[in-house]
Design a protein around this ligand. Structure first.
Ligand code: ADP
Ligand code: MG
Length: 267
């Protein structure tokens, strides 16, 4: 048995833009998550975070490198992953139940069975009673939980979340972070989450990986040694502030580089 549930090994990605022009996006990225670990990935905007996730989820082949799950090379294989993309939209004409059962149906499950399986999770996701509503009738937080439900109901081993709370107001965001911490602890998921919010990354994670400017590399892999469950009071502690400072520093260095690089390439 490998100690790592998921490991990225020297993943690189360049996109061919035509006429022999190549854009190097992922320079060399390696990181890992142990079984049941929650790892956050932060980095400047446009550095290649979503590209790294697309590679993990098997949607995009890496130019080189490997995606290892339980010690086996699973590069290009989507089956171990439940992936919630950055813009995970619900179909506006489908009821919440039909939206959340969609992934299972697409995976070949009978409609009735898929709906039953999704329905069982509605209470835990704070959606009980909204099965037959349409997405526009729900709050932003509820819609996000529905998108979440649609992802986790697939019962995959590793959860990939790309900026899951990016579109929410700050109060809803804090509520959702608390809620996620609860369901994550209950289900013992291995989770990797992209966020641009340092506070959120520390609050939820066992480790935070800071990616650098494009072509991106790992700049810092920081252990978050705070007891669980995390509380709001903990976020005011000296330990929390120290972690925040280290991450801010690493991130600011990289953002400055990204700005300079963009300015140069525009010139
Ligand atoms: P992030 O999620 O960190 O904001 P992305 O991974 O979405 O960044 O994108 C990183 C860079 O890769 C961007 O400059 C983007 O233009 C480029 N990129 C992403 N996908 C493609 C593609 N299919 N072809 C060319 N360039 C791409
Ligand atoms: Mg992105």
């Amino acid at each position: 048995m490998s100690l790592n549930k998921i490991e990225l090994l020297n993943v690189r990605k360049s996109f061919a833009l035509g006429k022999g022009v190549v854009r190097d996006v992922v320079g060399d990225v390696s990181f890992r998550a142990a079984p049941g670990e929650f790892v956050s990935v932060i980095g400047p905007s446009g550095c290649g975070k979503s590209t790294v996730f697309n590679i993990m989820a098997g949607l995009e082949p890496p130019s080189s490198g490997h995606v290892i799950v339980d010690g086996r090379d699973r590069t290009g294989d989507c089956t171990p992953f439940a992936y919630m993309p950055q813009k995970d939209l619900l179909f506006p004409w489908r009821s919440i139940l039909d939206n959340t059962a969609l992934g299972l149906e697409l995976a070949g499950m009978k409609r009735k069975d898929a709906r039953e399986k999704a329905r069982e999770l509605f209470a835990a996701f704070g959606l009980a009673g909204f099965e037959d509503n349409l997405p526009f009738e729900l709050s932003g937080g509820m819609r996000q939980r529905a998108a979440f439900l649609r992802t986790v109901v697939l019962g995959r081993e590793i959860l990939l979340l790309d900026e899951p709370f990016g579109a929410l107001d700050s109060l809803t965001r804090i509520e959702m972070q608390n809620w996620l911490q609860g369901v994550w602890a209950e289900h013992a998921w291995t989770a990797v989450m992209i966020t641009h919010d340092i506070h959120e990354a520390i609050f939820l994670s066992d480790r935070v990986v800071v990616l650098g400017a494009r072509p991106t590399r790992v700049r810092l892999d920081l252990k978050v040694d705070l007891p669980r469950p995390r509380t709001l009071a903990m976020t005011a502690s000296k330990e929390f502030a120290l972690l925040e400072e280290q991450l801010l520093e690493a991130l600011h260095d990289e953002s400055r580089k990204a700005l300079t690089a963009n300015a140069l390439s525009a010139a």
